[in-house]
Write a protein that binds this ligand. Structure first.
Ligand code: ARG
Ligand code: ZN
Length: 498
């Protein structure tokens, strides 16, 4: 339906045009990208999603995923057609109940033309029926779907959704999720949030998961395989659901000795960041061969390899810190990645301090001293690193030094007020680095432009360290002392390849 308003003077003229079909010229296609300069085709224009309802079936033997996605959205412009981001094979699309035409374009666009054009500001329900073998699909020459001997896993950043559900794939369009997945009896299906129920029928078990807080698309996860699932409740009252592949072998003990600390660490982080934002917490360790972890909302993805050298609570702290910094408060654009990684890294520094393995200041001094001025490390601007450097060590380490510099500048009281206030200020929303600077200035009452510019936006080594420790102050050129926690902290970003 149209909502077109004619000025009285043109009513007569307009009536002459009534013979023209309803697909009026003011309805235009939604853009194939949401407008993120790092990734021009990620996300889409013209609508805003509020809920994804995924009803799927996965067969590990053939790596076949099939089902229906029901997407509840609202149009933000008069639309003649719109895109979703998706790679699997689509058999039918309906918009508001009516069959819609669809085709594919670009690397991962599903172009949908509804029977009737859609007016701006109206709710729409999009149903997509699909099936496919995710491991055979790629875009830009890569796949992020991890097939395992007993299942498959979707967990990557910034792209993971294309391999398992159609979406508006950008963190600025968050939504709630119902994820229901049927798998052969004896196999488990994991996703975000709370397990609502399981049902068994004709050799298949269906797992019904629900995430009731807004979630970015890259933070939605699916894992199928043979898992041992543990449940508990933290002292602070947060329900914890963890899962371990039955095929972890030698890594099983160290994985459990780390991830089973989740409840305790969530409570510990609450002391710095405020109440845990979600109704469930936990992590899972599938039998993948990758080397990274990902802060998938409420259910963190860990690679078994990260526990090959023993347990790593620092890694768990990093991923849990993201639940506040990244998951509840999400990026406005991918250039804002420092708001995720700088703070998750800084949480590891606080944990190091707590464990007596090196104070945050000592870690900051070490980062500063261990990279000479001509090290390419300093050419990466954590505040705008570019798409090829989003997960470089500089975003994490220099990013955390920037936070230590802020701490030194505003003092302990203001600093910890900012650390705890920010996740509350933007809970379940989106924010940018500029928003953070404004907030820190407001809380501390200090202008911080020069500090942010020095530590986040200059492609060179700052001339003075963010340092206050006696050792650095006395002899700035002395060999840097490596804090005890360093190795486990660095193990967080081990492998960055897809
Ligand atoms: N956010 C993740 C972490 O630091 C990094 C993921 C990097 N992406 C990748 N494909 N390795 O915990
Ligand atoms: Zn991280």
């Amino acid at each position: 339906m149209h909502r077109r308003i004619f000025a009285p003077g043109v009513l007569a003229a307009a009536s002459l045009l009534l013979a023209i079909p309803a697909s009026a010229a003011s309805h235009t296609p939604g853009a194939p990208g949401i407008g993120d300069p790092y990734y021009p085709y990620y996300g889409n224009g013209g609508y805003d999603v509020s809920h994804y309802d995924l009803r799927l079936q996965y067969q590990p033997a053939t790596d076949t995923l099939a089902g229906t996605a029901t997407i509840q959205a609202r149009t933000t412009q008069d639309l003649s057609r719109f895109d979703l981001d998706f790679l699997l094979d689509v058999s039918e699309v309906r918009v508001n109940g009516a069959k819609a035409a669809f085709t594919t374009s670009g690397q991962h666009e599903l172009e949908i033309t509804p029977k009737n054009p859609l007016a701006k500001g109206t709710p729409i329900t999009v149903v997509v029926r699909y099936s496919g073998v995710p491991s055979t699909k790629s875009a830009y020459g890569f796949t992020t779907w991890h097939r395992t001997p007993d299942g498959g896993v979707a967990a990557d950043e910034p792209e993971a959704a294309w391999w398992w559900f159609p979406s508006n794939d950008h963190p600025s369009d968050k939504a709630t999720y119902d994820v229901s997945v049927a798998v052969p009896d004896g196999t488990q299906a994991l996703s975000n949030g709370t397990l609502q129920s399981t049902t068994s029928r004709l050799g298949w078990t269906r797992y019904n998961w629900r995430e009731n807080k807004p979630q970015a698309t890259y933070l939605a996860t699916l894992a199928v395989g043979k898992f041992d699932i543990t449940t508990s409740t933290s002292d602070g009252g947060v329900p914890v659901v963890n899962a371990y592949s039955e095929a972890l072998g030698d890594n099983d003990g160290a994985a459990r000795a780390s991830v089973e600390r989740t409840g305790e660490l969530v409570d510990w982080l609450s002391g710095y960041f405020g109440p845990y934002p979600f109704s469930s917490a936990g992590g899972y360790v599938p039998n993948t061969t990758t080397g990274y972890a990902l802060e998938t909302q409420t259910r963190v993805y860990y690679s078994p390899r990260q526990f090959a050298n023993g347990s790593n609570t620092s890694l768990v702290v990093h991923e849990l810190a993201h639940q506040w910094y990244g998951d509840s408060v999400s990026l406005k654009g991918w250039k804002d990645i420092w708001l995720n990684e700088g703070f998750a890294r800084y949480a590891q520094w606080l944990w190091s301090e707590h464990e007596g393995e090196g104070a945050a200041q000592e870690l900051a001094d070490y980062v500063y001293a261990s990279h000479p001025a001509d090290d390419a490390f300093w050419t990466v601007k954590p505040g705008d690193p570019g798409p090829d450097h989003q997960f470089d060590a500089a975003v994490y380490d220099r990013g955390a030094v920037a936070i230590q510099a802020l701490r030194n500048e505003v003092g302990e009281d203001a600093f910890f007020a900012i650390l705890k206030g920010w996740p509350k200020e933007h809970a379940y929303g989106n924010a940018s680095v500029a928003d953070f600077q404004k907030y820190a200035e407001q809380v501390s009452g200090k202008p911080l432009g020069a500090l942010f510019d020095t530590w986040l936006f200059q492609p060179s080594k700052p001339s003075a360290p963010a340092a206050r420790t006696a050792s650095v102050a006395q002899s700035p050129t002395a060999a840097p002392v490596r804090p005890k926690s360093w190795k486990k902290i660095e193990a967080t970003n081990d492998a960055h390849a897809h």
